[in-house]
Ligand binder design. Sequence first.
Ligand code: COS
Length: 386
Amino acid sequence: MLDCLTPLTESQRAIRDLARDFARRELAPHAAAWDRAAQADPAIRAKLGELGFLGMTLPEEYGGQGLDMLSLLLAIEEIARADASTAILLSVHNSLPTRMILKFGSDAQKAEYLPRMASGELLGAFALSEPDAGSDASAVATQAVRSGDHWILNGTKAWVSNGNVADVILTLARTDAPDARRGSRGISAFVVTPDLPGFSVGKKEDKMGMRASPTVQLRFDDLRVPSGRLLGAEGDGFHYAMQSLESGRLGIAAQSVGIAHAALDHATAYARERRQFGKPLIEFQSMEFKLADMATRVHSARAILHATAGAIDRGEPVGAHAAMCKLVASEAAMWVTTQAIQVFGGYGYVTDYPVERLFRDAKVTEIYEGTSEIQRIVIGRAVAAG
Ligand code: COS
């Protein structure tokens, strides 16, 4: 298969190879069964922690690997090629809660959570969306009210990946008064842990794809959050979330590239072995063109993703480029997995082969961490601003 164009450092190659090897040995053989059971092996999280995959971009002083964004994306991509459900754990944990605490947390919060998050002892999740606040993220209604040395939170969070197994949940809630709303300026970020009184896990979603990754609602009923758990400044939470979603969206783009690459690999192997009309499918030019188009989408998505990772590591603003990465890569994943099913014909439509799972897994990449329409809004605004 064509290799990626980005010249990788020795360390980046080592991370990619470690992730590829782990994914082939520990994930790929089980991905179909986990999908059927809607449950991954819980031991995988500890293995990811042992290998350093849960603190990839955290500095070494917090037990992390001190790696760059491209290393993280290479790992997510390799993991997603084998099991997209495990890749979402890796992506959310590394790009949202850990990076948010690192960037916006106090020294005490960093010391309390980051080393244990890096080792995998604590798993992170991100709770922004609500039943009535999805794309319109600043419409969150979960209310936080100060009471002595606590904040009291009431509300429901929705679509929280790993929310039922996470230990540290970066949560966005309103801290403005109901009679003096301040829009996105009235939202703050909190470090919520499931041991707090008033915390409960609600409905677990029965999803089309990514079935081995749990997605749940969370209920806060007079949830008592110590005031030291406010992240950064009161009222700045929406900005923190939007900024952090930029790296989150790169993670989803990497996951999408991994899914698309897996579909291309399976389709190519099948086209070599399947014979119709007296010759292998791959010898038909129509098949050659289809595989060429699939490979072109995989490599185009990977190219913009790697270029954007470099920009983020140089500290450059990447808002619109991160949105482009997610848009291009998720649409590539959906298109390439659809073509892969076509290559397999009827066999692609049944569960004997992995391409139908890849197709189901791909769909959500066009939805979560900002739909394709939201990515177009972010890109369109940047274009209009000149
Ligand atoms: N980084 C830092 N700040 C940002 C930002 C970013 N990438 N994007 C927006 N902001 C700031 C803006 O600068 C603005 O600041 P001021 O209040 O100081 O003016 C504030 O946030 C509000 O921005 P804006 O007016 O653009 O907000 P909108 O309500 O129009 O929403 C979109 C913007 C649609 C882009 C946002 O709501 C969004 O991303 N929605 C999708 C949410 C999502 O991805 N959900 C999935 C969650 S994970 S499953």
